[in-house]
Design a protein around this ligand. Structure first.
Ligand SMILES: *Cc1c(COP(=O)(O)O)cnc(C)c1O
Length: 400
């Protein structure tokens, strides 16, 4: 394994401080490294591999699409894209779909949608978007511009203009940023990278009302919290308010790179038109065959019921951990998107867990994030908790 790592560091651009492991294959909720060591996976490729590894029905669907056709072009129609868009409409209640290759591109599309929608109303080109502090929307220039983390943005300034930042769950802070030029308010329904902060119901409702009153687009980033992770297909569906535009990706293709931005009919009819936006790969038959199968399997395997049951169990077990250890300050999250806030960096904890065969990841330096495959069972939660307790006991003995 070490020789692979050494080679990787000679050829790959070093934009990640990677964990010293090379994963080779997966089975269900387990990963295996090149040396054959087995790991329980509570990361799922960062909220991507929802259906678990080596899901045969999923793999077969991809193989059969590969043998038919992988790519055409968006200048032609293809059946998997039509089918996938119909299914996304059904699970989201949104009306119009544009397929992308990633989450960041879905955010780019949402930003362009908002600007064009406002432009068509008054012909001016100085519209503003309100985004949230501690948000994460991706690494491309547009997505970075709405990402509320100066550390990610600064070396790449200048960003795209006219972005203002407010605080999630602080409606007054949003109001303070609203002007005649505001065209959209964008946030994650549950902030992921920023530390697992769910939007409050009251905040969601007040933003919705504000947007209705001023014809501002409410745009939700459901890239991490969507696709069943919080127990409903999209996290906003638990609040009784609906966005005008939303972004989805990560688990949408369960590993095949695909995302989408979705909008209501009203926005679709008054924003991006022919020639305004495009992508070579986006929505190609292979990616869309994956989307179709993923949505089918969610239904067939009753994934949402599993998330609600095991999510509640995970919550309870993590609450016990927070109670037991003084270095754990708080548990936050919904369903199978959970975080434990520590009084210190969690880097050492994650390394120890890896050594003991448990894959975990952080969200910010002092928050441990739990985003397992959505097919996880109670017994896997128990196994995880057992290893976690050992690791926390070890670090609690150390100096901070
Ligand atoms: C991962 C993520 C993105 C970016 O998606 P990419 O596919 O990495 O471009 C955007 N928003 C949220 C909330 C995410 O978790």
């Amino acid at each position: 394994m070490q020789s692979y790592i050494d080679e990787a560091e000679k050829v790959l651009l070093h934009t990640y401080n990677r964990y010293q492991v090379v994963f080779d294959k997966g089975e269900g909720v387990y990963l295996y490294d090149m040396d054959g060591k087995k790991y329980l996976d509570f990361v799922s490729g960062i909220a991507v591999f929802a259906l678990g590894y080596h899901n045969e029905a999923y793999n077969e669907a991809l193989k059969s699409q590969i043998d038919k056709i992988i790519h055409t072009s968006n200048y032609y129609y293809n059946a998997p894209a039509i089918e996938a868009a119909k299914k996304i409409k059904e699970i989201s209640g949104m009306d119009r779909v544009f397929f992308t290759n990633s989450g960041a591109e879905a955010i780019e599309g949402a930003i362009k949608t908002a600007r064009k929608y406002a432009y068509l109303k008054d012909g001016s080109t100085d519209h503003e978007i309100i985004a949230m502090n501690h948000s994460f929307h991706g690494r491309t220039m547009g997505a970075l511009s709405v990402t509320g983390n100066p550390h990610y943005r600064e070396p790449f300034e200048p960003m795209i203009g006219n972005i203002r930042f407010a605080d999630l769950n602080d409606f007054d802070s949003v109001m303070a940023q609203v002007t005649d030029k505001t065209c959209a308010i964008l946030f994650e329904t549950v902030q992921g990278e920023g530390g697992i902060y769910p939007a409050a119901e009251e905040f969601m409702r007040r933003v919705r009302t504000l947007c209705d009153e001023r014809d501002i687009l409410m745009m939700l980033d459901e890239i991490q919290c969507g696709m069943g992770r919080t127990g409903s297909m999209y996290a906003w569906q638990r609040y009784g308010v609906k966005p005008d535009v939303m972004a989805t990706a990560k688990a949408l293709g369960c590993g095949v790179p695909v995302g989408a931005f979705l909008m209501t009919e009203k926005v679709g009819a008054a924003s991006l038109a022919a020639g305004d936006h495009g992508t070579t790969y986006g929505g190609n038959p292979l990616a869309c065959a994956a989307v179709c199968k993923v949505i089918d399997l969610f239904e067939k395997q009753d994934v949402l019921a599993n998330v609600n049951r095991v999510g509640a169990y995970l919550e309870k077990r993590l609450d016990e951990i927070a109670e037991e250890f003084s270095c754990v300050l708080e548990r936050r999250g919904v369903g199978l998107l959970q975080g434990l806030q520590f009084d210190r960096s969690v880097g050492g904890l994650i390394k120890r867990a890896m050594e003991k065969g448990l894959v975990l990841i952080n969200a910010g330096s002092d928050i441990l994030r739990f985003v397992p495959p959505l097919i996880i069972e109670e017994k896997h939660v128990d196994d995880m908790i057992e290893i976690l307790r050992k690791c926390i006991a070890e670090i609690e003995g150390e100096r901070q």
